[in-house]
Design a protein around this ligand. Structure first.
Ligand code: SF4
Ligand code: FES
Length: 368
């Protein structure tokens, strides 16, 4: 069935694809959008107004690194004027105290800081930026001094998962009230580094035990959100809460997407906010309706009693693994492609951990 179309709760505004870091699991598309194509602050302001009218409550100012935009303060002011709760998702390496004060003045509500690991050596190696971790710690302290609530986001994988207790301690030390633990999603850039990043089952079980112990111990001090990894699972998660159900992504040039990775799916024409009202994109566009609900599903999803829980899993993952975005997500043990995951885990078990950095130029060059 096709569910009633409720408004999106959140808008993820990718202000730019430019970024000073080079993470091997970068979730930006393989084809980066150029600075000259980016929406202006005034255009973002119109999008924010339309989002608020549509019913959006939360706005995530993301990238790339949003602070690469010199007019980030003006964009934050547009968000405030639209009445949206604004969350800045940042690497924190390029925002000084003066700029943070200007963002607070513009009405910024919340900061989400990404970290690559608990210790500087690992974090700087993963992020590909010497000194980056130290800058992040300094930035986190500025955020707390400015009185803004802080979420720490750590992307987890084989090369940092064993230090999860130290990551939790670091989040506490930085004064975060929320810690998001998100395992790498293996499509786009991360797909080619999969063997170096996939954790083992033993690592995952230890991490699960750590989180289970930390949650009650830290109740009232730190909320821990944990997005479990797919490759060791038997059933998929509802990616993005279901296609076209809770979040709209807008790319730097104004393409509207149901998820951050959808631009890599073939056979789609995603509408652009420069020429289409947000409401029409969300409710009526073919792209947002294609995988909404359950009518599009093949068997075994079509007859499965979980079809309105996980909405068939992740379309981008299905495409990355099978070349077919309509296929049952191979994470599901009922998928005829489920064995692909075991093969990937076996390959990862023999990997020496080398990976390819995300380079902002076209051709990837460095090896970690
Ligand atoms: Fe989910 Fe489809 Fe697997 Fe059922 S068959 S659990 S709906 S992915
Ligand atoms: Fe696109 Fe999951 S990331 S549907």
């Amino acid at each position: 069935m096709t569910p009633a179309v409720n408004p999106p709760l959140g808008l993820l505004a990718e202000l730019t694809h430019r970024c000073p870091l080079r993470c091997p699991y970068c979730s930006n598309p393989l084809e980066l959008e150029q600075a000259a194509q980016e929406l202006s602050a005034a255009e973002w302001g119109r999008v924010f107004q339309e989002a608020a009218e549509l019913g959006v409550l939360q706005l995530h100012l993301s990238g790339g690194e949003p602070a690469a935009r010199r007019d980030l303060e003006a964009i934050a002011a547009q968000a405030s004027a639209a009445g949206l709760y604004s969350n800045l998702i940042t690497s924190g390496v390029s925002i000084d105290a003066r700029r943070l004060a200007a963002l607070v003045e513009a009405g910024l509500d919340h900061v989400q800081l990404s970290i690559q690991a608990a210790d500087a050596a690992t974090a700087d190696r993963i992020g590909g930026m010497p000194g980056g971790h130290g800058r992040k710690l300094a930035f986190a302290r500025m955020v707390r001094e400015a009185g803004l609530p802080l979420t720490v986001n750590a992307v987890l994988h084989r090369q940092n998962l064993d230090s999860l207790p130290a990551i939790i301690d670091l989040a506490l030390d930085l004064g975060a009230t929320r810690l998001e633990l998100a395992h790498v999603q293996y499509h786009g850039w991360a797909y080619q580094n999969r063997a170096a990043l996939l954790p083992s089952r033993a690592q995952l079980e230890a991490a699960t035990a750590t989180i289970a112990a930390a949650r009650p111990a830290l109740r009232g001090r730190l909320v821990i959100d944990d997005v479990a990894p797919d490759y060791h699972a038997q059933r998929p998660k509802a990616c993005m809460g279901g296609w076209g159900s809770t979040v709209m992504v807008v790319t730097p040039s104004g393409q509207a997407l149901p998820c951050h990775a959808a631009a890599g799916l073939p056979g789609f024409t995603f509408p652009n906010v420069r020429s289409n009202p947000l409401r029409a994109i969300w409710r009526d566009s073919e792209a947002f309706n294609r995988f909404r609900g359950t009518a599009w599903m093949p068997e075994p999803c079509r007859g499965c009693d979980r079809r309105e829980e996980d909405w068939g899993g992740c379309r981008c993952q299905a495409f990355a693994l099978t070349g077919d975005a309509t296929a049952t997500d191979p994470v599901c043990a009922l998928s005829p492609h489920h064995a692909l995951l075991n093969a990937a885990l076996e390959e990862a078990a023999t990997s020496d951990g080398s990976f390819q950095y995300r380079e902002m130029r076209r051709q990837p060059a460095s090896v970690g």
